[in-house]
Design a binder for this molecule. Sequence first.
Ligand code: BDR
Ligand code: CA
Length: 315
Amino acid sequence: MKRVIIDTDTAGDDTIALFMALHHFQVEGVLITGGNVQFDQEVENALYTIEVAGKGGEVPVFKGHETPILQFGSEKHVTVEDVHGSDGMGGANFPKAKQQPKSEHAVDFLIRKVHENPGELSIMAIAPLTNIAMALKKDPTIATEIKEIFIMGGTNNYLGNITPAAEYNFYVDPEAARIVLHSGIPLTMVGWEMCTQYSVMNDQDHQDIEQLQTKGSDFFIKINEVVKEFNKAVHRLDGTTHPDTLLMAIAADEAVMTKSTNYYVDIETKGELTRGYSLVDINGRLEQPANVRVCEEVDRDRFKTALLNCLKEIQ
Ligand code: BDR
Ligand code: CA
C-alpha cells in the first residue's frame, strides 16, 4: 500500500479526493495550503471529510502556508467560492469536526516525515504548491528522499480554468510550481484538460451515485451542488468536475491513466496575460530534458468505477 502525504486546499473535489486516498492509501498526514476558500474553512473541511470517511482522529492534519510565496501586504490570492460554495462544501454548512489540527507546521511535518522515511513517501499535491515548495526551500535535501509527487495542476496546451491561460493551482502560486517542477523529484502531472475530458460526471452519473445511498454518496451529492451550476454557466460543461479525485484514482491504479509521456514542463511566472501558464514542450523545441510524466489519456469508465466503489464503502 502506498504511504502518502496529501497537500490540499480542501473544498469541493479535494474532499472526494481525500475519500479516494483514505480508501486506497496509508495516509500519513494531510497538509493544508491556501487556495480554494478561506484558510480556516479549508482546515475544517479536511477534518470533517476525514470524519465522514470514518477515520476521525486517525489521520493528522497540519496547517501550512495560508498565502502564496510572493503574496505581499494586503494582497489576496483569488479564492473560488463561486466554484465550490461559500463554505467550499457546496453550501452544505456541515457541523464542526471533533478532531483538531496539529500544532506542528505542515512544512516542518513534511520535512521531518520525509527524513524519517527516506524513499518511502509519495506526495499527492492537489492544491497550490506553496507548502511543498517552501519545504524544498527550507530543506533541499528532502528532494532526493521523496519517492514521487503526483500533481493536479497546469494544462497540456489547453484552455485554463481561472484564466484562459492558466489552471487554478498553478495560477495561485506559479513560483511554487516552478520550484517543484525543477526539483528533480519524479513527477506525474494530471492537468485540467484530463479532468474536463474524462472526469465530468453528468446527470446519469449523479443518479448512479445517488442510488448508492451511502454516507459517501450523500456527501458527494451535497458538496457538488454549486460546482454543477458553475460548470454549466462558465465552462459549458454538462456535469461536475473531479480533477483532484482523478489524480488520486490514477495514483491508486495506474491503469486509469491509459497514456502518458515524459515532457519538459515549465511555468510562466511573469506573463502579462499568461502568469501561471504551464508550458509542456511536446515537440522538444527547447531541447531540455524531460522533467514530468504528463497524463494524456484516461479510462473514464475505470475512473467512474473507482469513484463509485470508494463512495460505496463510506457507510
Ligand atoms: C484545481 O483547483 C481547485 O479549485 C481544485 O480543487 C483543483 O485542485 C483545479 O484547477
Ligand atoms: Ca484542490
